[in-house]
Design a protein around this ligand. Structure first.
Ligand SMILES: [Zn+2]
Length: 278
């Protein structure tokens, strides 16, 4: 990557994520994102793993905006000086030190176009998920709920989508990844968060009937059983509350978005469309 010659018009912004809290230990990579081809040992709280999960292109003027924030000559190119200045900025703001204007950094800089880029990446991730190895998580008949069960309903408070199915219906991981969280919470009930998926998104499964058999750090394949549909926590009727979060993930800097298009693609491929509801 170091030898890569960047054209004047564009640079590549990489989103990097870690499976644990981003920290100064990312510096062990020399500040550059590295591809984690082999999963770290799952037996212990492993050192942070950094993965390049998506790439977008910045225009020359966007690059200039970044350069102005880090106080280097704004020529629209990312050279050594710019990378060094970005690293300094990331260091100061306690961001992952990549030396690249990734989404986390663009947001840290409060640049307006960061959200445009975030939206573009979300669309790309959804497309990747739809064409990727994802499987529909409910292994049985299911249906949509009413108005209060869609994404961003309840005045924006509902961060997922509710899919209703009989209590006890098996649930599987939709995508391959690693268990980030497995807990019980008063509202979510028994829940599981899968991270490190091919799209870079975190998947959240709530209201499981009982504690998931998975443990934090477990690797899952698409289709690995994660529990059963239930109504633990604050739930009216047995359902899966499912959330998709953009990288770097669930309450780790990512944002929830509407999982419905992705779920529909998975359901269609599984030949398991909604039986009713909207
Ligand atoms: Zn819900």
């Amino acid at each position: 990557m170091r030898g890569l010659r960047l054209t004047g018009a564009t640079i590549v912004a990489l989103i990097a994520m870690t499976t644990t809290t981003p920290s100064a230990t990312a510096d062990g990579t020399g500040g550059l994102p590295v591809q984690a081809s082999a999963p770290a040992s799952t037996s212990a709280p492993a050192a942070p793993r950094i993965r390049v999960t998506a790439a977008v292109t910045l225009t020359r003027s966007q690059t200039r905006s970044v350069q102005r924030r880090v106080h280097v000559r704004a020529d629209g190119r990312v050279g050594k000086q710019t990378r060094r200045a970005i690293r300094r900025y990331q260091s100061r703001k306690h961001l992952m030190r990549t030396g690249r204007p990734n989404l986390q950094t663009l947001r840290g800089m409060k640049l307006r176009f960061a959200e445009t880029i975030a939206a573009r990446m979300t669309r790309k991730a959804a497309a990747t998920a739809a064409s990727g190895p994802g499987v529909f998580p409910i292994q049985g008949p299911w249906r949509y709920g009413g108005a209060n069960t869609t994404f961003a309903s309840r005045g924006g408070d509902h961060q997922g989508i509710d899919l209703f199915a009989a209590c006890g219906t098996p649930l599987v991981a939709a995508s391959p990844g690693t268990v980030r969280t497995r807990k019980h919470q008063s509202r979510a009930g028994h829940y599981v968060v899968i991270t490190g998926t091919p799209s870079g998104e975190d998947e959240v499964y709530m209201h499981l009937k009982s504690r998931s058999p998975l443990s934090v750090g477990d690797r899952v394949a698409a289709g690995t059983p994660i529990g059963q549909v239930g109504d633990t926590g604050r739930a009216t009727g047995c359902h899966l509350h499912f959330e998709l979060w953009t990288a770097p993930g669930w309450y780790a800097g990512g944002r929830p978005h509407d999982a419905r298009p992705t779920l529909e693609a998975w359901a269609a491929r599984a030949g398991n469309p909604a039986t009713s509801g909207s």
